[in-house]
Design a protein around this ligand. Structure first.
Ligand code: HEM
Length: 561
């Protein structure tokens, strides 16, 4: 709830001046005293209105069904704060009877509404999509790093950017990137295999020398932290396929470019504190507080933008010499002739941010689910090995080779449904609008929650909470066109409509190549046996959701491929 600082300050100043200037003699100190008194009184009234009176007595949405409990002044914040992003909403959607909208209260009773039905989602995402924007706090805090690329642009600016970028993300172009995805997946696997062999032989020495060291690792098994490797691989993929520049993170995660990049998107305590402060104080103030986090961000953003600038110059020169044949997204965008250099830099920063941790999160959850379901892991490995070239062979793959693997497609869709990398996102209507027939005032926070929608028993059936790739398999030829659920709006992982993920085809192809490479080569088991019970898996919520302590696995090279 950003406070209305400017109107409050202006009103207090005008009233204080009017009151004081009516007196025959007055001093500046009296003016300041009056101003402060009025300002704090105004603030108190504002707080009482927004925290108590409006949500409880005046909001036109107060009749909507809400979760039980909640504090008088702090709504459901304690439940929201106690769990990772999206978890309480996942429970509410299936336990609170509703007609398409649930209302709950966030910190200081800030009103939130969550669409739950296809009709309500269609209103926000498609029918009235441009009535809604991302909250300005989100735009201002992320925009200073990324610039205003397609992720943060709004209104007409967004329409133009999206239209000009669409060709670069169309499937007819993405299909040319499969060999890049495959090559990078192979590089990651070869690096992991080397590390696995080294780990195993070190372990053998250790076990011979001193009994009990890492005794939890069985013979022939190495250990990995999955999200770290996934992140390195997806950073290099988006670097090469998006910008035409290899970050080199697979081979050296500590090189300058990837370490700077990681600073930008690694959540820290200070980042969280600044985020909370940003709820009450304008972001132009929080961004300027001289703390380490702000300095690190400024430096990292400068470095990466300079690299993007160099890349653009190189590619423009190639284009002028008619030598630009690269297939990366940047080259396609440059060839379109629709973007200036600074606009291109904003787009590149956006692709790096939007396309890196999201796919890494999907990979991490995929390995977790395949550890929980070894029978799925075995069946998937069999399909991969029967149909794709080995990691040691120099053969590449085409989109046809990957996309015809039905079980791989089913596993990928089910992982993306079950653990959507982006648990929730926020919108705010710019104008008074209507959702599902309800009048929704301008400024009301609307929560689109893939973690809730993807788990809705109404949309997916009673087994919505079960990991079941089979739901995506066509039972027969007639069944092929049928979706796994009753509605297109049941799968919210990439949203829908004009603000849906532009990188959907890119990420699914990338995810398929990576997962095929990992599962084809390794057998995975969880290191921490307690995590075989999903209730013991601690999740770190943020823009993307991840296992809070990383995903530690034992991995064994499966010979014969
Ligand atoms: C599994 C991987 C991915 C998931 C789950 C995902 C999910 C999403 C979601 C939920 C949004 C909407 C965010 C919002 O408006 O609040 C989004 C937008 C976006 N994504 Fe993705 N994404 C993934 C991968 C990628 C990749 C690989 C790229 C680019 C290379 C990408 C580029 C974008 C862009 C540019 C937008 C903004 C689109 C717009 O507003 O018009 N994403 N993504």
């Amino acid at each position: 709830m950003a406070l209305a600082w400017r109107p409050l300050t202006a009103a207090a100043a005008v009233i204080a001046y009017t009151l004081v200037s009516r007196q025959t003699s007055w001093s500046y100190s009296e003016l300041i005293r009056k101003f402060c008194g009025l300002w704090f009184s105004g603030l108190s009234l504002y707080v009482v209105w927004t925290v108590i009176l409006y949500p409880k007595l005046f909001s036109p949405l107060r009749h909507l069904p809400s979760p039980p409990g909640g504090s008088f002044w702090n709504g459901h914040f304690s439940a929201i704060n106690a769990h990772p992003t999206g978890i309480p909403m996942r429970e509410w959607i299936n336990t609170i009877p509703n007609n398409g909208l649930i209302r709950y209260a966030g910190i200081f009773n800030q009103e939130r509404i969550m669409p739950t039905s296809p009709k309500a989602l269609a209103d926000v995402l498609v029918t009235r999509s441009y009535d809604f924007e991302k909250p300005s706090q989100v735009r201002n805090s992320i925009g200073r790093i990324l610039g205003i690329g397609v992720l943060l642009a709004e209104g007409d600016q967004h329409k133009i950017q999206r239209k000009n970028l669409m060709p670069a993300f169309a499937f007819r172009h993405i299909k040319d990137l499969y060999p890049v995805f495959w090559q990078k997946s192979r590089e990651a696997i070869q690096a992991m295999t080397r590390e696995a062999h080294e780990g195993v032989s070190k372990l053998a020495v250790a076990q011979n020398g001193s009994k009990g060291i890492e005794s939890s690792i069985r013979k022939g098994w190495a250990s990995f932290e999955v999200s770290e490797w996934a992140s390195r691989a997806t950073l290099d993929i988006v670097g090469v396929a998006g910008l035409g520049r290899d970050f080199g993170a697979i081979h050296n995660p500590d090189n300058e470019l990837s370490s700077r990049y990681r600073v930008l998107f690694t959540p820290s305590r200070q980042a969280r504190m600044l985020g909370i402060l940003g709820l009450f104080v304008p972001t132009w103030i929080t961004n300027r507080i001289p703390v380490k986090r702000n300095n690190d961000i400024a430096l990292a953003a400068r470095t990466i933008r300079a690299v993007c600038q160099d890349l653009i110059r190189e590619k423009r020169e190639k284009l002028a010499r008619k030598e630009l044949t690269d297939v990366d997204i940047l080259s396609v965008a440059i060839e379109s002739g629709s973007f200036s250099d600074s606009e291109l830099i904003d787009q590149l920063m956006t692709f790096l941010a939007a396309g890196h941790e999201t796919t890494a999160s999907a990979m991490t959850w995929a390995i977790y689910m395949l550890c929980l379901h070894p029978e799925v892991q075995t069946r998937l490995r069999q399909e991969i090995r029967e149909n794709l070239p080995s990691m040691d062979s120099d053969s590449t793959v085409s989109s046809l080779d990957i996309d015809r693997l039905e079980y791989l497609g089913a596993v990928i869709n089910e992982v993306l449904r079950y653990y959507a990398p982006v648990p929730l996102t926020i919108r705010e209507p710019l104008v008074d609008t209507v959702i599902n027939g309800e009048h929704v005032p301008k400024g009301t926070r609307v929560i689109i929650c893939p973690w809730a929608i993807n788990y809705s028993t109404e949309l997916w059936g009673e087994d919505a909470g079960v990991f079941k790739p089979e739901r995506w398999l066509a039972k027969d030829e007639h069944d092929k066109k049928k979706a796994a659920s009753a509605s297109n709006y049941a799968f919210m992982t990439f949203l829908h409509g004009p603000r849906s993920c532009i990188g959907q085809a890119f990420s699914k192809a990338e995810f398929a190549c990576l997962l095929a490479a990992w599962i084809g080569r390794f057998e995975f088991e969880l290191k921490n046996r307690e995590e075989y019970d999903e209730r013991n898996m601690l999740i770190k919520g943020g823009i993307t959701a991840r296992p809070a302590k990383g995903l530690h696995v034992h991995a064994k090279v499966v010979e014969g491929w």
